[in-house]
Write a protein that binds this ligand. Structure first.
Ligand code: MGD
Ligand code: MGD
Ligand code: MO
Length: 888
């Protein structure tokens, strides 16, 4: 429990700001934290403040926090450690089923004919669930078990077939299984005809993944793959699961979608014994996603759908314009970028320990110990992260407060307070509500925005927000929750719904879905227009993609593939388990490598080794065996709060800060390393990789102490004005092009007439934008050179006697110039929303529409000219020099 942890002042930084703000007493820390936020708000806008939360609070706590961020501060800077954990689960379900929410139920495990576990090691990480699986495996009529894991885990030891792919090759393997399902006619034709779209594209993509090709990529022998495919393809029912071996590996969302595909192709979804469990890791990851504290919006609403955003604004009674929805919420790696470049100065961390759990720790330490950053850290124990915080808020943990949590099969539980929190600790709910009150957040009528004080009141409010959405809680009450009930729970399902999609209807209706989906390779979101063209209309979507190797593959210098994960003995960064007897059972990390690699390097089991990547190094004992050659595994549990020997040992010293393009989940299971012996030729073991955490913390404290009394830096310049100036310039330039240049270049009456219309439209755009340019005092410091340069290089060097090919080119250049304007307007779209200025935003939307009309016109004339110009042989221009045409 959090005994002994009190509200403490970690560095002089707080006093520095307190002095600047002329605050007398230091007793009222919460009050002063509010002053700090307000000070940053006034200098940097609300976008200078960011939140990073957890998968371990309660539903009600997330809901209030989501309101603080979205309805109170109206920003998108909120993410959770769920980004590191189950962002891919949510993303994959949105791509395939239109919305987050697990199709299946835990009870399916009790009757399924086949369990297919991909990158999921329940024997270590979900021991209760594993017991349930063991009951089946050791009982009558056991299901077949297929395990996909590069290590021979205790889970894999029980497998009927254990597929051991090279780290990062899941997509090729899953494509290979689908290839065999098609080839052997194991597809459920009547199901796919009625309930899915995308079949032909998928079939074409997977046609390439023959067992032989799959072997080249994954290392899996064809016979093994065929055996697994046959079991899956012919099982009477199938429960498929995925976890971090998928979500944190190469091509995460694309791979997780293939698992959904397999169940869809077989029609094994929405019925007893069959379903998909895109597993969750943390106890309340699901609630974080439902309430909208990371990449989501409350009630799984779609930020691209204005109706959904209006509904949310209505429930909160805030202006639509104040509802932040110009993009997906900021993910943690982008927040770190914004902190690094100084545009976020307040960072409020709750229930997570980023100084151990984020990738590439060396960089994370540098960014989070910047002197101008003010860190608030809300935890139940002192951690590596509280050590660098400016203010630590002691929180009550689950047994010390009441609230709901929802597990992976949508079962909602109420957890009631058992004991009082120790010392000054307060529940996260109380802390967030207190903050909201002190910030005086109000709705659009001036009423208190978050008027509740108990978790029960917040739950009642949440019911209103979730009503009508897939995660509908409206039929639940605290009273009713004496045992777990699955959502949706509403008038239609008063006792919950065991399986989603049991009626074959998915959440893909354009008006209902949570997302329009993404390009699986680039991560670019699809537009509403593109989604309407797909027209899933309640059918599931088979998404397909080709395998692409990870960005950092092994080479001569770093020859092994790194993967990281968990031991059964420890939970995450060990803030809890490191303080129990479990610590003695597993006192330190070990790096696991194969016999082959150990032998080649002359390394013995149990010997100390240095592990190096391009980002850092750690030092630990080596464990030999139970992993395929070429791969290495390190548990990520060990940081520095209790380390004694000065060795670097956190797995994340080594990992890369790359992430999946769709879910933005970091690829913790990737990167290349090499392993060296620690002992010299005489057998003496020296420390080669010393930890940097302690010295960084001390240095940061010194720097902040020195900064006491100094005022925050002034002289920061906002760039909106510059951008507006540039935009204005490009538009005036377009008018010049229409007036002066094109008529001289392109001798075509239709074009001449069209240009006059285009010119008029351009002036309409200028008229619409001008008041806003005046309002924000557009600046011409930046715009002129770039726009003029482009115009001059694009149109200056043309002669006035263009041949048809050059005339076509002139139009292409015009189109290019328009793209430059388009880029400026694209940037102004979200910026005008994020400054909460409705008329400005409307003017930008108008300008975008008008530019679109001009782009369409140019495209049309390029098309008119192209076949004749490109196909019909003509005399080259050089030979035309003296003709009447050129003298014209
Ligand atoms: N004891 C314990 N239990 C926990 C936790 C804990 O810290 N400790 N944490 C909880 C949380 S938040 C989570 S998210 C879950 C995570 O639970 P799991 O996902 O089961 O755990 P991991 O060990 O991260 O990864 C699972 C397996 O993926 C394999 N793997 C690595 N790379 C690849 C790959 O490229 N492809 C495939 N197919 N497999 C690969 C690893 O060898 C590993 O055995 O556990 C939860 N339960
Ligand atoms: N290399 C590598 N890195 C990984 C992973 C991996 O497999 N490999 N896995 C990733 C995954 S899946 C996860 S989930 C993350 C986990 O990473 P973290 O979130 O950093 O891990 P935890 O140790 O669970 O941190 C939770 C913090 O919240 C505190 N806490 C617990 N309950 C409460 C509460 O009620 N209120 C408050 N305010 N605080 C509370 C705990 O003391 C702890 O400090 O790590 C990720 N990082
Ligand atoms: Mo997790």
């Amino acid at each position: 429990m959090a005994a002994g942890l009190i509200l403490e002042l970690k560095t002089g930084k707080w006093l520095a700001y307190a002095a600047a703000l002329q605050i007398g007493s230091i007793k009222d820390v919460l009050g002063r934290k509010v002053c700090m936020v307000k000070e940053v708000q006034s200098r940097l806008t609300n976008h200078g403040i960011a939140f990073y939360t957890s998968g371990q609070l309660f539903l009600e706590e997330y809901y209030v926090l989501a309101m603080v961020g979205k309805a109170g501060l109206n920003t998108l800077h909120m993410d959770g450690n769920t980004r590191l954990c189950t962002a891919t689960a949510a993303a994959a379900m949105r791509e395939s089923f239109g919305c987050d929410g697990q199709p299946g139920s835990y009870s399916d495990i009790d009757c399924t004919g086949c369990l297919f576990l991909v990158g999921h090691n329940p024997s270590a990480t979900q021991t209760v669930l594993w017991s349930r699986m063991l009951d089946r495996l050791d009982g009558p009529n056991p299901p077949k078990l297929i395990v996909v894991d590069p290590r021979t885990s205790d889970t894999a030891k029980r497998a009927t077939v254990h597929l051991k792919p090279k780290v990062g090759t899941n997509l090729a393997l899953l494509n290979g299984i689908q290839h065999l399902l098609f080839k052997n006619g194991w597809i459920n034709k009547s199901y796919v005809e009625t309930h899915v779209i995308g079949l032909e594209d998928l079939k074409q993509v997977v046609s390439k993944y023959t067992p032989e090709i799959v072997e080249q990529i994954t290392g899996i022998p064809p016979l093994e793959l065929q055996k697994a495919a046959e079991i899956i393809g012919t099982a009477e029912s199938l429960v498929s699961t995925a976890l971090q071996g998928v979500y944190q590996s190469n091509q995460a969302t694309a791979s997780a979608c293939q698992i959904n595909n397999i169940n869809l192709l077989l029609g094994h979804i929405g019925k007893a014994g069959s379903g998909v469990l895109q597993m969750n890791g943390q106890p309340t990851a699901q609630n974080n996603r439902e309430a909208g504290c990371d990449g989501e919006y409350p009630g799984f609403r779609n930020f691209q759908n204005p109706k959904h955003m209006q509904e949310t604004a209505d429930v909160w009674n805030i202006e639509f314009m104040k509802m932040p929805h110009w993009n997906q919420p900021t993910h943690i790696e982008n927040m770190l970028n914004f902190i690094a470049n100084g545009s976020i100065e307040v960072f409020w961390i709750s229930g997570t320990n980023p100084l151990v759990s984020l990738p590439n720790l060396g960089k994370v330490r540098d960014v989070l110990t910047q002197p101008n950053l003010f860190i608030i850290c809300q935890d139940i124990y002192p951690t590596e992260t509280t050590a660098i915080a400016d203010v630590v808020l002691p929180a009550a943990q689950w047994g010390e407060k009441s609230g709901c949590f929802t597990n992976v099969d949508r079962t909602v539980h109420l957890s009631r307070k058992a004991v009082e929190p120790p010392g000054e600790a307060k529940s996260d709910l109380e802390i967030f509500i207190d903050f909201a009150r002190r910030m005086k957040f109000t709705d659009k009528d001036g009423n208190v925005l978050i008027p509740w004080s108990t978790s029960k009141e917040v739950f009642e409010a949440w019911k209103k927000m979730s009503k009508g959405r897939p995660c509908d809680y409206s039929g639940l009450t605290y009273q009713k929750l004496t045992s777990g009930i699955q959502w949706p729970c509403n008038a239609e399902y008063p006792y919950g719904r065991e399986r989603l999609y049991d009626d074959g209807k998915f959440f893909t209706d354009a008006e209902y879905c949570e997302s329009y989906g993404h390009d699986l390779e680039t991560g670019a979101p699809l537009t509403r227009v593109q989604y309407d063209a797909l027209n899933p209309a309640g059918r599931a979507i088979l998404k397909s993609a080709h395998y692409k190797p990870a960005l950092e593959e092994p080479d001569a210098e770093y020859p092994l593939k790194l993967t990281t994960g968990r031991n059964v003995h420890h939970f995450h960064t060990r803030t809890k388990t490191g303080r129990t007897k479990l610590q003695q059972a597993c006192p330190e990390p070990v790096v696991q490598i194969s016999e082959t690699d150990a032998k080649a390097a002359g390394i013995q089991d149990g010997e100390y080794v240095v592990v190096k990547s391009r980002r850092g190094a750690v030092e630990m004992k080596c464990s030999v065996g139970s992993i395929e050659a070429g791969q290495a595994f390190i548990p990520f549990h060990f940081g520095y709060f209790d380390s004694k020997d000065g060795r670097a040992r956190a797995a994340n010293e080594l990992t890369t800060e790359q992430w999946d393009p769709i879910s933005k989940q970091p690829t913790f299971k990737s990167g290349a390393i090499r392993i060296e012996k620690c002992a010299d030729e005489f057998g003496v073991v020296k420390i080669h990789a010393r930890e940097n955490h302690t010295s960084t913390v001390r240095h940061a404290e010194d720097v902040k102490r020195e900064a006491v009394g100094r005022k925050p830096a002034s002289g920061n310049v906002r760039r909106l004005e510059l951008w507006l100036g540039a935009t204005h310039d490009t538009l005036e330039g377009l008018a010049t092009i229409y007036n002066d240049l094109i008529p001289k270049l392109v001798h075509d009456m239709e074009i001449h007439a069209g240009l006059r219309v285009m010119n008029r439209i351009t002036h309409d755009m200028l008229d619409a934008l001008t008041p806003h340019m005046d309002k924000y005092h557009e600046s011409h410091q930046y715009g002129h050179p770039a726009a003029r340069h482009l115009r001059e290089t694009t149109f200056a060097d043309w002669s006035e006697s263009l041949d048809p090919l050059e005339a076509l080119n002139a139009l292409v250049h015009l189109r290019m110039y328009m793209s430059y304007i388009e880029g400026h307007l694209i940037a102004l779209g979200p910026a005008s929303q994020a400054i909460w200025d409705k008329p400005f935003n409307e003017a930008v939307l108008f300008a975008q529409k008008e530019l679109g009309r001009q782009q369409a016109w140019v495209a049309q004339h390029i098309k008119v000219k192209s076949p004749q110009t490109l196909l019909v042989p003509m005399v080259p221009k050089a030979d035309l020099q003296e003709t009447a045409y050129s003298r014209e």
